[in-house]
Design a protein around this ligand. Structure first.
Ligand SMILES: [Zn+2]
Ligand SMILES: [Zn+2]
Length: 256
């Protein structure tokens, strides 16, 4: 039923860019955001911390990733979350526009992740309440869009054991407490598949997935507390190499 809705959506919506309202060319009519707006998104670039890609601090070592679990070896983000990029994430999360995930994923395709060729993609899960409310998990949609570009399978290895409050207004310390212990390994059907059709099997033994390099996929990284906690759950289950990608990176608010 949902796919019928999406198809109708696509037919009924005028083919114009969500952000600037310019008409989309015929070639781009499946997109939500036009080329010009996508090129305005500001890439996150070096010099940065090699592990978490945060701009290097002026003094000392990076504090953002200092307490991350050892298995989380690298996180990369496509763009800074300013104006247009923020609106695009908003449309994905709150605007009921999951198909915008393809536009966001196209900004993430060239992120440098060693070992990606053998990795499986793991979306950061939503809590049950949030999932009901939204009808879909935006990180899962992003992971599926990336899966088509990278030809790697998506495996929903994690569940969120409780609904956590929105992190936006929380201090870095409160964010850590908010997500502590919020993730667990999903037991049973992990829904391993990619939309390319090559990985249509279902894995019933999450342990076989844990041994591979895993790539956590989320929409936004701010302090990294959520990714670190998700990686911790994978590490506890035996994962040795966890990578992470997000579309947007928010500037960490200054709570000092
Ligand atoms: Zn535009
Ligand atoms: Zn770092």
């Amino acid at each position: 039923m949902r796919s019928v809705h999406n198809a109708l959506d696509q037919l009924l919506l005028p083919a114009e860019c969500l952000l600037c309202r310019a008409l989309l060319s015929f070639r781009d009519c499946h997109r939500v955001v036009c080329d010009v707006c996508r090129h305005r998104w500001r890439p996150v670039r070096a010099p940065w911390c090699g592990r978490c890609a945060q701009p290097e601090p002026l003094f000392g070592r990076c504090r953002l990733c200092a307490d991350w679990p050892a298995a989380l070896v690298r996180a990369r983000t496509a763009v800074w979350l300013d104006a247009g990029a923020r609106d695009a994430v908003h449309a994905l999360k709150y605007g009921g526009l999951p198909r915008i995930a393809a536009d966001l994923a196209s900004a993430m395709v060239s992120l440098d992740l060693p070992g990606r060729e053998a990795a499986w993609l793991v979306p950061v899960p939503l809590g049950p309440g949030r999932l009901r409310e939204r009808g879909y998990n935006q990180s899962e949609r992003l992971a599926r869009a990336l899966s088509r570009r990278w030809n790697r399978p998506v495996v929903e290895l994690l569940v969120r054991t409780r609904d956590t409050v929105t992190q936006t207004a929380l201090t870095p310390e409160a964010r850590l407490a908010n997500v502590a212990g919020a993730f667990a390994l999903r037991i049973g059907d992990c829904g391993l598949r990619s939309d390319g059709g090559k990985f249509k099997s279902t894995i019933r033994n999450p342990q076989s997935a844990i041994e591979r390099p895993l790539v956590l996929v989320d929409d936004v990284l701010t302090t990294g507390a959520t990714l670190a906690e998700a990686a911790r759950a994978l590490e506890r289950a035996g994962a040795r190499t966890v990578l992470a990608v997000t579309f947007g990176r928010a500037v960490v608010p200054d709570f000092t």
